[in-house]
Design a protein. Structure first.
Length: 67
């Protein structure tokens, strides 16, 4: 079973944050939501591990964050 990594696991945090903010510049709300969806699907495809993806989905839900 794959275990989702939930501890910090990347470098260049600030650069990534800036890139994510820039991703939405000049977009309407609908375009922005579509962009988030496409980014999520691209990353899910890259991960390719259904168990890790299911864990991430469960943790991303608002009820899971409140725990």
């Amino acid at each position: 079973m794959a275990q989702l990594i939930t501890t910090p696991n990347l470098t260049g945090h600030d650069d990534i944050y800036e890139a994510l903010i820039g991703l939405h510049e000049g977009l309407t709300e609908a375009e922005s939501l579509g962009t988030w969806s496409r980014l999520a699907l691209l990353l899910i495809n890259h991960i390719g591990d259904r168990e890790a993806i299911d864990q991430a989905i469960a943790l991303a839900r608002p009820a899971a964050r409140a725990r």
